[in-house]
Design a binder for this molecule. Sequence first.
Ligand SMILES: C[S@@+](CC[C@H](N)C(=O)[O-])C[C@H]1O[C@@H](n2cnc3c(N)ncnc32)[C@H](O)[C@@H]1O
Length: 243
Amino acid sequence: MFRNVLTEQANSTIIKICPPRYSGRMNSRETPILLKKVHSYLLAKSYDFAMRNTEKRCLQQWRSNLLSQARGNVLEIGAGTGVNLQHYPGHIAQLTLSEPDPQMRRILQKKNLTTPTIPVHITSWEIETTGMPDSSFDTIVSTLVLCSVPDLSRSLSEIYRLLRPQGTLLFLEHVASDHPQTLHWQRRVEPFWSLCAGNCRLTRDTAVAIQTSGLEIERCIEAPMAGTPSFVRRTIRGSARKA
Ligand SMILES: C[S@@+](CC[C@H](N)C(=O)[O-])C[C@H]1O[C@@H](n2cnc3c(N)ncnc32)[C@H](O)[C@@H]1O
């Protein structure tokens, strides 16, 4: 579906063993690194399978509606295994897919990226450190990523900086519950959940954070994400514009 694939390897760690294999004695410093690699490998390998039911029940429809609004030069952050690829409209000028996790990016790179119209560029950027100049993009897409970034307000400041005036952030995120009891459970489960699920936080008030960054929310739909545990169910999706 996509035309050109320029793969940027700068800043990326190339992991040659897949899955990482034990090769002799490890010291105490190597153990957590190896565990992190195994964890990242398992997460990436199981992601599409774990999400398949939710994708069918709601996410595919939401992604398609959301991404139909993408225009111009588009950056998708945390592109994961490339689940949004099929939903981009043919009229966008250029698509940059950034995915810092090497295992996720490996799966992304294997996707069919051939298109007659859209040049596609894959990078290893984290949103906080893209090194791109101000006002580089017309649209930035974040689906199920702002829950995982280490510092939400720093990431949103960077998104603000990278957007052109009148540029748009398209977001689809799970957020803190508005039911006190569920919120209570989210707080209790969060430390364990974030360890298992790639730093995914359950209690972020992402809509407020978006507005605090200076972006103006134009549209925001709240809906439960079908097929997920109650503590990740509440989602928001919509668009926010840079004035
Ligand atoms: C739950 S997955 C979502 C994947 C995909 N966007 C989707 O909609 O299914 C979260 C992704 O965010 C990425 N991520 C985490 N921290 C990031 C950061 N600081 N900058 C960019 N991406 C990040 C992870 O590597 C992971 O691929």
